[in-house]
Design a protein around this ligand. Sequence first.
Ligand SMILES: N[C@@H](CCC(=O)N[C@@H](CS)C(=O)NCC(=O)O)C(=O)O
Length: 205
Amino acid sequence: MLKFFFSPQSCALASHIALEEAGADYEAVRVDFSKNEQRGAAYLKINPKGRVPALATDRGVLTETPAILFFIAQTHPAAKLAPLEDPFDLGRLQAFNAYLCSTVHVAHAHRMRGYRWADDPAAIDEMKRKVPQTVGDCFALIEAEMFEGPFVMGDAFTIADPYLFTLATWLEGDGVDPARFPKILAHRTRMAARPAVAKVWALHQ
Ligand SMILES: N[C@@H](CCC(=O)N[C@@H](CS)C(=O)NCC(=O)O)C(=O)O
């Protein structure tokens, strides 16, 4: 059975939703950030990066949201969470998730985790001040150029949808008005109504 390590309302929400959408057989294990459990010896044995999510499989532990999402899609083909037979569409899907992981999430992290990049409190404050602009710019690009609708990739629900949903739930906290992005906001509302999303969302409160 899969063992999924998560912390509420973190980026782990995306993979958690994907596990539910896939109908996966998994156990969810909560990592308590308030106790710094992600940096404790026990968790570092699971994920030496000290981050969530992590997915323990019978072949070892997977980390990094795009990799975990794709693993879930590949191991649960009946759920049709990725265009597995179409190399180009699969490439587009991976490009979308890579952008969320490498650019959007990192822009967001400058609000709470500026200490990763600077020691000077003034530099950390400056990074924090920039977050509404950098995160807002990322979402403006997604809204205008990348989001197809009604789902990220068009008509089919894929692993890009829970990932976009997760990052879109951070918008208000990042000082960005989601009303600027009508398509993404409608997607967020539609996603929240899905039974798998509602079930996982409740566990993340
Ligand atoms: N690139 C990783 C990022 C993982 C990550 O930064 N997770 C955050 C939560 S959203 C975390 O575990 N932070 C704990 C910490 O920084 O101590 C992914 O996409 O999975």
